[in-house]
Design a binder for this molecule. Structure first.
Ligand SMILES: *[C@@H]1O[C@H](CO)[C@@H](O)[C@H](O)[C@H]1NC(C)=O
Ligand SMILES: *[C@@H]1O[C@H](CO)[C@@H](O)[C@H](O)[C@H]1NC(C)=O
Ligand SMILES: *[C@@H]1O[C@H](CO)[C@@H](O)[C@H](O)[C@H]1NC(C)=O
Ligand SMILES: *[C@@H]1O[C@H](CO)[C@@H](O)[C@H](O)[C@H]1NC(C)=O
Ligand SMILES: *[C@@H]1O[C@H](CO)[C@@H](O)[C@H](O)[C@H]1NC(C)=O
Ligand SMILES: *[C@@H]1O[C@H](CO)[C@@H](O)[C@H](O)[C@H]1NC(C)=O
Length: 353
């Protein structure tokens, strides 16, 4: 028997003058803490230099060993981002779609976008290390047009999320979520779809990635947000020069010496190059220029045939090995944990010439 309880309360905010853009409705499945009492340092940032070093040894011939496959309990909707907080908790962002979006006919653009708003809910779900469900929270009100919860980052205190309309060139709300309570706090509203966010904890800069991660926009916490729902102006906007894959879920790594102490994030993503050719990849990306400073293709697919780099990705070093956590499938998900084999044969790029 599961203990199940439902709590409904409007999110309170430490930032004044925020309208109720967030609504919290938690369904609890196991009566255990959502997060460790002492919140741990994020794995990606804690292990930045080792991740950068081991990433530099990856190539097309890297052997990826599947070290764990965890069935994730219950409907996961469309998972978009994942953070591991401690060794026994996975937090997963997802979008639930109750009315699908519909493309306008004949490539019509109305109000800058190409489809209807649809409807749904933004979720954050908590699972234990065995994939058993602990809690599922919706963060948005019924009828809200921003319900797409994208790629997430965890900074040691909060989970950062962008909850956006599920269509390009529209609007999004940057929120932080307390991992201990799942309570969302609205930070600001932006006039673009944002599909993911990364928090550089050293400079307190937030990098948000829009539809297909084509543009990165930044905001610094020292810059006062416009009162919600007015739009806050970006500090910077940087075109992503890479069309190799569209980044879906990124984590802040740090300011590694190898990259001249520049803010660096790790991102995973996919691209459909034609109806029959889909590619996946992971990259280390300069957070100021969006230039990938290292990148490698990833060709594994889930048992259901989806590229593993579709949506959620987290990273860690375990026993000196570089490990990725992927959760590509919708609704009925499996967490795939892969490690790069350190003794993989190294070829000059692995190409056939
Ligand atoms: C809260 O979530 C539960 C489970 O998804 C749902 O059945 C219920 O209608 C929701 N309540 C509100 C007020 O949205
Ligand atoms: C698209 O345009 C064609 C030609 O103008 C027209 O016949 C057709 O009805 C349009 N379709 C939609 C869905 O608007
Ligand atoms: C376009 O924007 C205008 C002004 O906000 C609004 O009245 C109209 O309903 C929008 N059109 C569609 C198709 O969403
Ligand atoms: C976004 O929409 C605005 C109007 O709302 C339009 O001026 C702009 O060209 C659009 N941008 C893109 C990339 O489609
Ligand atoms: C990216 O930003 C540039 C500069 O503002 C703009 O011209 C372009 O339309 C944007 N592209 C997308 C896909 O958002
Ligand atoms: C979920 O997916 C697994 C394979 O990953 C499959 O064995 C199982 O039957 C699926 N369950 C449902 C309810 O679709």
């Amino acid at each position: 028997m599961h203990l199940s309880s439902r709590l409904i309360f409007a999110a309170t905010s430490t930032i004044a003058c925020i309208a109720s853009a967030a609504a919290l409705n938690i369904t609890i499945k196991q009566n255990v803490p959502f997060a460790p009492a002492k919140l741990p340092t994020p794995y990606a940032a804690a292990q930045c230099d080792v991740i950068v070093e081991l990433f530099s040894r990856l190539g097309r011939t890297t052997v990826w060993n599947l070290v764990e496959k965890v069935h994730i309990e219950g409907d996961t909707f469309e998972p978009e981002g994942i953070v591991r907080i401690g060794d026994d908790r996975y937090f997963v962002s997802a979008g639930e779609y109750t009315t699908p979006t519909v493309k306008y006919g004949n490539n019509t653009i109305i109000n800058g976008t190409d489809r209807t708003a649809g409807s749904g809910f933004a979720h954050i779900m908590v699972f234990d290390g065995k994939g058993k469900r602990i809690a599922d929270a919706t963060l948005t009100e019924r009828g809200a047009i921003e319900y797409h919860n994208g790629g997430i980052d965890y900074d040691g205190e909060f989970i950062w999320a962008t909850i956006a309309q599920y269509r390009p060139n529209t609007t999004a709300t940057l929120m932080r979520i307390d991992p201990r309570t799942l309570e969302p706090t609205v930070i600001l509203h932006v006039a673009d779809h944002e599909g993911g966010v990364v928090h550089d904890t050293r400079t307190d800069k937030f990098v948000m990635l829009n539809w297909g991660s084509r543009n990165a926009t930044t905001w610094n916490s020292g810059h006062k947000p416009a009162p919600y729902p007015s739009f806050t102006t970006f500090r910077d906007k940087t075109r992503n020069p890479s069309y190799y894959v569209d980044y879906q879920d990124c984590k802040f790594l740090g300011h590694p010496k190898t990259f001249n102490y520049r803010g660096t994030m790790i991102c995973s993503g996919v691209a459909s190059l034609s109806p029959t050719v889909a590619i996946g990849g992971v990259a280390l990306v300069d957070m100021d220029t969006m230039i990938p400073v290292a990148e490698v293709p990833i060709t594994m697919t889930s048992d259901l045939g989806v590229p593993v780099t579709q949506n959620p990705m987290d990273v860690a070093i375990v026993d000196g090995r570089l490990r990725f956590y992927f959760m590509p499938d919708q609704h009925n998900s499996t967490l795939y944990v892969y490690e790069a084999e350190p003794n993989s044969p190294f070829e000059y790029g692995g190409g056939v010439y």
